[in-house]
Design a protein. Structure first.
Length: 284
């Protein structure tokens, strides 16, 4: 068995790195262990060219994304560890997520690999959407998320507390057993993807903005729960991602067919030239 730890933090021996290492260290000796510090990779911004949409096409940007994809394909399980920065994950995870249109229709290359997610945050109430963003990255990779942990730890090394490390080891064992770690979620979390950030619609219904599931609020005495209907397929399923890829291809083809007309509509805005740049970039 091969397990890959992905650390989305530039801080050496910070809480994210320690959590990933604790998980890997708790695995049996025969497990092959590897780590990648995502901030060390050269990951460029998505250029929105849509050249990668066909199933047999790779991203045309030449950087370290291809290396990362190959490493994930080669392992059996993945650990994602990230700190929370200003209510979200580290920038590296967003850069990678934006580039994953290229793997929408490649579920067969990634599906079935187990994944656990660890998020550390420094201030109570400031965990924001970091957990959801990290889990979404895993699901865009078609990984099977079997457990998550959200840890309040600000200073480097603060995460080294018995109860936290015990939870980390339990998460790691789920990678081997394949069993869903019993991560207790609030009663209002999405029952399909575990997302806790839900939309309350004007009709009184609830929608999960992550997986797209629809739910209804049910009141029982003084408590309430949200019951979700199981969709035909959610957007994180191989079928859902393939459908999304086909939809984007259709949008691209429609643009190609209408590009001359659209270019005429865009052209008047070309004369508005209010851009400013740092002095070092003025020649570019």
């Amino acid at each position: 068995m091969k397990v890959l730890g992905l650390v989305a933090s530039p801080r050496k021996l910070g809480n994210s790195e320690i959590l990933a290492k604790e998980m890997l260290a708790s695995l049996p000796d025969e497990v092959e262990k590897m780590m990648i510090r995502l901030t060390d990779l050269d990951i460029k911004q998505c250029s929105a060219c849509y050249a990668c949409l066909p199933e047999d096409k790779d991203c045309v940007i030449k950087d370290d994304l291809g290396f990362l994809l190959e490493q994930i394909k080669a392992v059996d399980a993945v650990i994602i560890a990230t700190p929370c920065y200003f209510l979200g994950t580290h920038t590296t995870l967003k850069l990678i997520s934006d580039r994953l249109i290229s793997v929408l229709q490649q579920a067969k290359e990634f599906a079935g690999k187990k994944c656990v997610v660890a998020v550390s945050y420094g201030i109570t109430g400031w965990e924001g959407y970091a957990r959801e963003a990290a889990v979404n990255l895993a699901r865009f990779f078609h990984l099977d998320v079997v457990g998550t942990m959200l840890v309040h730890a600000a200073s480097p090394g603060e995460v080294v507390k018995t109860e936290v490390l015990d939870q980390a080891r339990r998460l790691a064992s789920a990678l081997v057993t394949g069993e869903q770690e019993a991560t207790r979620l609030p009663v209002h979390a999405c029952q399909l993807c575990g997302n806790t950030l839900l939309k309350l619609m004007p009709t009184g219904e609830v929608k999960c903005p992550m997986c797209g599931a629809d739910g209804k609020i049910e009141v029982n005495e003084r408590e309430f729960t949200v019951q979700f209907a199981i969709p035909r397929h959610n957007r994180f399923s191989p079928e859902g991602m393939t459908e999304h890829g086909k939809t984007l291809e259709a949008i691209k083809n429609q643009y190609i067919a209408e590009r001359h007309e659209l270019n005429k509509l865009r052209k008047p805005y070309q004369h508005y030239n209010w851009w400013i740049k740092p002095e070092s970039n003025e020649k570019n």
